[in-house]
Design a protein around this ligand. Structure first.
Ligand SMILES: NC(=O)c1ccc[n+]([C@@H]2O[C@H](COP(=O)([O-])OP(=O)(O)OC[C@H]3O[C@@H](n4cnc5c(N)ncnc54)[C@H](OP(=O)(O)O)[C@@H]3O)[C@@H](O)[C@H]2O)c1
Length: 343
């Protein structure tokens, strides 16, 4: 195989998204080889220990193992002594971060990203906390060390929200961002509207299908939408807001009656986040809104999401799709890695 791009990866966090990333590397082995890209997953780190294989872990057998046993700590290569310093000394090229999002402290993600960028490693993160709380500082560290910080997964996973704003609207002034940014709430509202399920029944269905998390508070109370919108507006509008600056409403008070009344009048409910630039300030809100078929968000159904940008010189741009799920989330991490490789 002629190798054009080669990267030794460390995966930090091996829960739903981390495991999906291992599975995806196995699924995409031939695709990557045929594109002369050699991504070697050389390490996995969790809070209690990890795996290291200098020649690259066999992702196919590792995924099968994890699927069967679900437990990294029983793997023959498992070593509880390893930490981030160990892997940095071993000479990784990039870190894929899939640790839990903490919207109040950004940890453990901020610490890992800081350390990795300072050590000259690219970072591709699914963890939204560090981007929400420390993007500017982390980006500066990345630039200083001539490495990249990939954040495509943090603003809707497979939905190319941040990349559309950064790449496709480069040079334009984005003065308004609107989005249906949470697939779980969109799915729940659809189930209530189309199948007349109560909020509780629809939530249960989403949990049974693995769409909603066991603790769905971040999704259904609107904080996940607020977090994604805040990242988009802080990065693309260069605002400096925090979650405390946002009025956030969730979907928990919504009833089937309200949905049916709206439907009779040709309208749908969507949980919509809006960031509006007014002179030098940005106003941000997340609320349940009724829309009709004149809105681009009207056909955004099920687990899908959408973002709409309003800009001065490149006009309006709407992106729809990016259905929620762990493989799409992992695929958005791979997308950022490949974009770094081919830059
Ligand atoms: N699920 C999705 O569809 C989706 C989509 C986009 C983005 N995300 C984001 O992706 C991230 C991961 O989500 P997930 O659903 O995979 O979470 P998860 O299932 O809770 O997995 C988190 C992983 O991080 C590990 N971890 C926790 N603390 C750690 C530490 N201090 N050092 C190293 N590893 C640590 C956990 O293992 P130990 O506790 O054993 O250490 C676990 O392996 C989250 O930030 C989430 O917001 C998820």
């Amino acid at each position: 195989m002629v190798v054009t791009f080669y990267m030794r990866l460390l995966l930090i966090g091996c829960g739903n998204v981390g495991k999906a990333f291992v599975k995806l590397l196995a699924m995409k082995k031939e695709y990557l080889e045929s594109n002369n890209i050699d991504l070697k997953l050389c390490g996995i780190l969790t809070s209690k220990g990890g795996l290291y294989e200098p020649l690259g872990l066999d992702c196919h057998s590792l995924y099968k193992y994890l699927e069967g046993q679900g437990c990294l700590s029983n793997h023959p290569l498992y070593n509880e002594e390893v930490d981030i310093s160990f892997f940095i000394e071993k000479g990784m090229d990039a870190v894929v971060l899939a640790t839990p999002t903490n919207k109040d402290t950004g940890e453990p993600g901020i610490g890992y990203i800081h350390r990795s960028l300072e050590s000259g490693l690219h970072v591709i993160t699914a963890d939204k906390g560090p981007v929400l709380l420390a993007y500017k500082e982390l980006k500066e560290i990345a630039i200083k060390n001539n490495v990249q910080l990939g954040i495509g997964c943090t603003t809707g996973g497979a939905l190319p929200a941040i990349n559309a704003g950064l790449i496709d609207l480069a040079g334009a002034d984005i003065y308004k961002i609107q989005g249906v940014l949470n697939g779980t709430t969109n799915f729940i509202i659809d189930e209530m509207e189309e199948n007349s399920l109560s909020y509780e029944e629809a939530l249960k269905k989403a949990q049974n299908l693995g769409i909603a998390e066991t603790n769905p508070a971040l999704d259904v109370e609107g904080w996940d939408t607020a977090t994604k919108l805040l990242i988009l507006s802080n990065v693309l509008m260069r605002s400096n807001k925090t979650l405390k600056d946002i009025k956030v409403e969730g979907i928990t008070r919504l009833t089937v009656n309200e949905l049916q009344e709206a439907r009779n009048e040709g309208r749908k409910y969507k949980l919509i986040g809006t960031a509006l630039k007014k002179h030098t300030s940005v106003e941000i809100s997340v609320k349940l809104e009724q829309i009709d078929d004149s809105s681009e968000f009207y056909p955004v159904s099920g687990k899908n999401k959408a973002v709409k940008y309003y800009s001065d010189t490149l006009g309006e741009l709407t992106v729809i799709g990016g259905a929620s799920g762990v493989i799409p989330a992992a695929a958005s991490l791979l997308r950022d890695i490949l974009n770094i490789c081919t830059k």
